[in-house]
Design a protein around this ligand. Structure first.
Ligand code: OGA
Ligand code: MN
Length: 294
């Protein structure tokens, strides 16, 4: 056992010390991290002085990297980082802070809604690894909600009602919910809805979690208004403070979360200050709709 872990959240989330992830990983450590992820769902690793190359190398120890092509609104020639990264900064290609009205900024701050990464893709994300390269003077926390505890706390009737439901996810739903309405034809096609189970089973622990995300806006076989209200009610339930860990960033923190079992959201910060956060993402095992019903 190389890792030393201290729980920092209410029912999940741990801080890990005693390891430098920028160096080649000793054998067995990747497995230790997977095991710790299964236990804590969110792991904070302070003082990891990554470059893009070392962040990619570490991520590849944990699985296959999801490329960011086609997500968000940056055009191919507007990428600041290689496509191994989801650029969750507020910076353009010249490292300048986006103007307040910039369409790319307004789309990106949709991250302030509770979500699970890439739930709008047929094969959604497994882990996200977010590294802080520049942080604002205040604000900008990332909050995490434990969707396994939230599922467990539902009453039996609700569990039976939702266990086999299939929801439809698209970035168009999440952005519309905050008044971002304008999408051109190419974006509408690229952001076509995908289906995800509303309750998913974690492949390593066998435990059920709610699988919610701001991208979810419809449920198969349920009238739209009823579906939207159910999704709102479940999200309100799942994000009660007692299920939430709020991470206050320090420079060079790496935070890894399991998207199969948590939701997260960014919090506001002074809009003229740079916040350079770089995310690598480990792709999931397959579509959730193919998951075996327990
Ligand atoms: C992400 C994300 C939140 C933040 O990286 O997927 O939603 O606080 N980030 O930047
Ligand atoms: Mn995210």
């Amino acid at each position: 056992m190389t890792l030393s872990i201290r729980q920092v959240g209410p029912c999940f989330a741990g801080e890990v010390t005693g390891i430098d992830l920028t160096k080649p990983l000793p054998s067995g450590v990747a497995q230790e991290i997977h095991d710790a992820m299964d236990e804590y769902a969110v792991l904070v690793f302070p003082n990891q002085n990554f470059t893009d190359e070392t962040q990619i190398a570490f991520t590849e120890h944990l699985g296959q990297i999801e490329h960011s092509i086609g997500a968000g609104l940056r055009k191919p020639d507007e990428y600041r980082l290689s496509t191994h990264f989801a650029d969750v900064s507020n910076l353009d290609k010249e490292n300048k802070v986006y103007g307040r009205e910039d369409r790319r900024r307004l789309f990106a701050i949709g991250n302030r809604l509770w979500h699970s990464d890439s739930s709008f893709k047929v094969v959604p994300a497994k882990y996200s690894l977010l590294h802080a390269r520049a942080i604002p003077s205040k604000g900008g926390n990332t909050e995490f909600a434990d969707m396994r505890t939230a599922y467990d706390a539902l009453d039996h009737e609700t569990k039976e009602h939702i266990d086999d439901m299939i929801a439809e996810h698209t970035q168009i739903h999440s952005r519309r919910s905050v008044g971002f309405e304008e999408f051109d034809e190419e974006e509408r096609i690229r952001m076509a809805p995908v289906k995800q189970r509303l309750v998913r089973i974690h492949p390593s622990t066998g435990r059920k979690s709610l699988y919610l995300s701001s991208h979810a806006g419809r449920i198969d076989g349920v009238p739209v208004t009823e579906a939207m209200l159910l999704l709102k009610d479940l999200t309100e339930h799942a994000t009660q403070r007692e299920y939430v860990y709020s991470h206050k960033w320090r420079l060079h923190d790496l935070v890894i979360w399991d998207n199969r079992r948590t939701m997260h959201r960014a919090r506001p910060f002074p809009e003229n200050e740079p916040r350079d956060m770089r995310r690598t993402t480990v792709i999931g095992d397959g579509p959730t709709v193919e998951q075996q019903v327990a």
